[in-house]
Design a protein around this ligand. Structure first.
Ligand SMILES: [Zn+2]
Length: 270
C-alpha cells in the first residue's frame, strides 16, 4: 500500500504570519519548516502504523525545498524542489492507494489562516466546472484523475470545512482554529502531531469508504484574477478566453490537461 503525502506550510500548527513564517528569509521560517517536518513525520508514522509499505512525501510550498530531509522519517522518501510538472501533487499516480494533505490552507476569500489559492498576489477565485475550489479541491481532483482518493486533510478549521464540503468521506485534522487571517488558536506540536497520527490511522483503516473526486469532462477552469492586467497576461495562453475583464477560462477534455492550463495561466499572469 503506497501512500502519497502533499505537505504545504500555511496550515501547520503555529504558522500564522505571512513572510516571517512562510518565506525562506523570514525571521521564524526555520521554526516553521521544523514544525512542518514534524507534522509530515506524524502522517508518515500513522501511514506505516496503518499498513503502508511505501510513503512518498512531496514538498508543496513556495520553492518546495522546505522539509528538512535530515529530520524526515527515514522510512519515507521525499520529493523536493521545483518546478515539477504536477506541482503540489508530484508523485501521485495510479500506484497510490490514498493521498493525504498536510499543512493545507483555505481558499482565497475564505476566513482561514493565510488563505489563498496558488498565488496570493494574483488569484482571487478559481472555479472548476463552476464549483469554487481552493488548493484542496484542485489537488484532490488531480488525485481523482489517477483514481486516488484523498482520505485526510490537515490544517485549520476552515480548510477542514472546505474539504468536507467537497469530499464527503474525508477525515480532517484541525490543528488550529482561525481567529483572523494571521492569527489562530493552535495545538502545541506534540498534540497536533498526535492528532495527525491518529487521523491518518483512522483514515487508512476506513479506506474502503473513500471515493476519488473527479469533475466531469470536458473540464473548464475559470480564474478570476485580482486585476484586469493579470487576466490580460494570462489570456495569452492558447485556447483560453477572457470571460470578463478579470476572468479567464480554459477548457480541456481531461482534468490533467486542464490542470496544466491552470498552472500555465497563473504563471503567465504577472
Ligand atoms: Zn504554501
Amino acid at each position: 500500500m503506497k501512500i502519497f503525502i502533499s505537505c504545504d506550510i500555511e496550515g501547520i500548527s503555529g504558522v500564522v504570519t505571512s513572510g516571517a513564517h512562510t518565506s525562506s528569509d523570514g525571521m521564524d521560517y526555520e521554526r516553521a519548516r521544523s514544525l512542518m517536518t514534524g507534522e509530515a513525520n506524524a502522517a508518515i508514522e500513522g501511514a506505516f502504523n496503518a499498513g503502508a509499505t511505501e510513503v512518498v512525501v512531496n514538498d508543496s510550498h513556495g520553492p518546495m525545498t522546505n522539509l528538512l530531509i535530515e529530520k524526515l522519517n527515514p522510512a519515507a522518501t521525499l520529493i523536493t524542489g521545483s518546478p515539477k510538472p504536477l506541482s503540489m501533487m508530484q508523485g501521485i499516480g495510479e500506484d497510490c492507494a490514498a493521498a493525504i494533505f498536510v499543512g493545507y490552507h483555505a481558499r482565497m476569500g475564505a476566513p482561514g489562516v493565510l488563505s489563498h489559492t496558488i498565488s496570493g498576489a494574483r488569484v482571487a477565485n478559481v472555479w472548476v466546472n463552476d464549483i469554487i475550489v481552493g488548493e484542496t479541491g484542485i489537488n484532490a481532483a488531480l488525485a481523482g484523475y489517477f483514481g486516488v482518493p484523498v482520505v485526510l486533510v490537515c490544517g485549520d478549521d476552515i480548510v477542514s470545512r472546505e474539504a468536507k464540503e467537497l469530499l464527503p468521506h474525508v477525515r480532517t485534522a484541525a490543528v488550529k482554529t482561525a481567529i483572523t487571517r494571521q492569527s489562530a488558536l493552535c495545538l502545541p506540536p506534540e498534540r497536533a502531531q498526535a492528532l495527525i497520527r491518529q487521523e491518518t490511522e483512522q483514515a487508512l483503516a476506513s479506506l474502503d469508504s473513500a471515493r476519488p473526486w473527479l469533475p466531469g469532462s470536458p473540464v473548464t477552469f475559470k480564474i478570476e484574477f485580482k486585476d484586469s492586467g493579470l487576466a490580460e497576461n494570462a489570456a495569452r495562453m492558447p485556447y483560453s478566453k477572457l470571460v470578463d475583464a478579470k476572468t479567464v477560462a480554459f477548457s480541456a477534455d481531461n482534468y490533467l490537461t486542464a490542470f496544466q492550463g491552470l498552472q500555465a495561466m497563473i504563471a503567465l499572469a504577472c
